[in-house]
Design a protein around this ligand. Structure first.
Ligand SMILES: [Zn+2]
Length: 417
């Protein structure tokens, strides 16, 4: 099973927007931008909402049937580990093996020694096509990379084998992810991570490193854009070389997690994809749920009331909602409007504060991030929330589709040549 060159992960927390999401991919294909949809949902989301992996499969199949989508599509067991992968094996055909917790932990000395000996011949300058300077490899760089990442890759191999035992080799797509860590991985570290991935026999088709800068949920990139552009381009060069050098799958590509809404780095990413003719998996951050909220707010009346209620509940449960997401949100409580203020907002004011239009004066990124993690509140509303989604489906669908197509696919993925 080979993942296409361009793919995009979309999440659908409440399982109602599959058709609208797929509509964006249909529109893109009509315009010559071929991107494969991947529906992803993590164990954390399933537990918060009370859903199970087979429901994601059913929703994806349903959307595909409804729209007569002829292209490929996947269902991603997002951020799985040894403890929960079993729940996902049957219904998924894409597995994001999350080994972030194992980075920085030391493998045993014997493994580290074997790895450094095996790759000792790489000491020296590594100059890759497209890079304006060489990467310097010393014995120490190899040993350090092994100390930091070998155990994590071995863990990925262990999860991979659990899946392979059931599904059989070649019947699913494998991603190795290390993005939810504190420290970014340098291009040189990525090179040795890929060496270890190959040594461990993991046929990874995508790899999700942590890039420098902040990838907060639902808002723009925070960091030095030029620096990111260089790092991204170096990573792409490293991957192209590692594929040849280590015999990794030829379609191996970068996966950018929490990649939605990072408008300021999209031009740089698109340019690198074009320059290198490289692939990309862009994983969005559950922002379809924010489009549901924006749609409810725009619908006014009971839709707007529900959105306001969710906000005021979210304010009351601030700590509890934010804690699990501490590495991927940055909210200043003093920039959050009081409940009373929000309750006086019109439909337009609410939607403008929430919708990610950086040029709009009313847009409030702190408000948006809090709403992003507030899906637990909506889940707690049970059937009332779902029935509102059904009632205002038309306006919500339009938002969902436009967000994926206009703000994301069009800006980041090159059209076919
Ligand atoms: Zn991730």
């Amino acid at each position: 099973m080979i993942l296409e060159k361009y793919s995009m992960g979309v999440g659908d927390r409440f399982g109602r927007q599959g058709v609208a999401q797929l509509g964006a991919f249909v529109k893109a294909a009509q315009g010559g931008i071929n991107v494969v949809p991947v529906w992803n949902k993590s164990y954390r989301e399933h537990s918060t909402i009370g859903t199970s992996p087979p429901e994601v499969r059913a929703a994806a199949d349903n959307a595909v049937n409804k729209l007569g989508w002829q292209g490929a599509y996947f269902v991603d067991a997002d951020h799985v580990g040894r403890k929960n992968v079993e729940l996902f094996i049957e219904s998924s055909d894409f597995f994001t093996l999350d080994v972030a917790d194992f980075t920085g932990r030391r493998a045993d000395d014997c493994d580290i020694r074997k790895f450094t000996e095996k790759h000792a011949g790489r000491v020296g300058e590594l100059k890759l096509p497209g890079m304006d300077r060489a990467l310097l490899i010393t014995d120490e760089t190899i040993r350090e990379a092994a100390c930091k990442y070998l155990l994590a890759v071995k863990e990925a191999a262990c999860i991979y084998r659990m899946i392979e035992d059931v599904k059989g080799a070649g019947n699913f797509v494998t991603e190795v992810s290390m993005d939810e860590t504190d420290l970014p991985q340098t291009p040189l570290e990525l090179f040795f991570i890929l060496a270890a991935v190959a040594d461990c026999g993991i046929p990874a088709q995508t790899i999700a490193p942590k890039f420098s800068g902040r990838f907060n949920k639902g808002v723009d990139y925070v960091g030095d854009v030029a620096n990111f552009a260089r790092e991204f381009s170096d990573d792409v060069a490293v991957i192209a070389y590692a594929v040849e050098e280590f015999g990794l799958p030829g379609n191996l590509k970068l996966s950018v997690h929490s990649g939605s809404d990072k408008f300021s780095i999209y031009p740089a990413i698109k340019k690198v994809l074009e320059d290198y003719d490289a692939g990309l998996h862009l994983k969005t951050a559950g922002t379809t749920w924010l489009e549901e909220l924006a749609g409810l707010a725009e619908a006014d009346g009971e839709g707007l009331d529900a959105a306001k209620n969710i906000y005021s509940e979210a304010l009351g449960h601030f700590e509890e909602l934010c804690a699990p997401y501490s590495t991927v949100i940055d909210i200043s409580p003093e920039r959050l409007p009081a409940s009373a203020e929000v309750s006086s907002w019109t439909a337009e004011e609410f939607a403008a504060a929430l919708s990610h239009d950086p040029s709009c004066d009313l847009f409030n990124p702190d408000f948006r991030q809090l709403m992003h993690v507030a899906y637990k509140i909506a889940a707690g509303m049970g059937t009332r929330y779902i029935s509102l989604l059904d009632k205002f489906q038309e306006i919500i669908s339009a938002n969902v589709e436009e967000n994926i197509f206009e703000r994301h696919i069009r800006r980041i993925f090159p059209a076919s040549r």
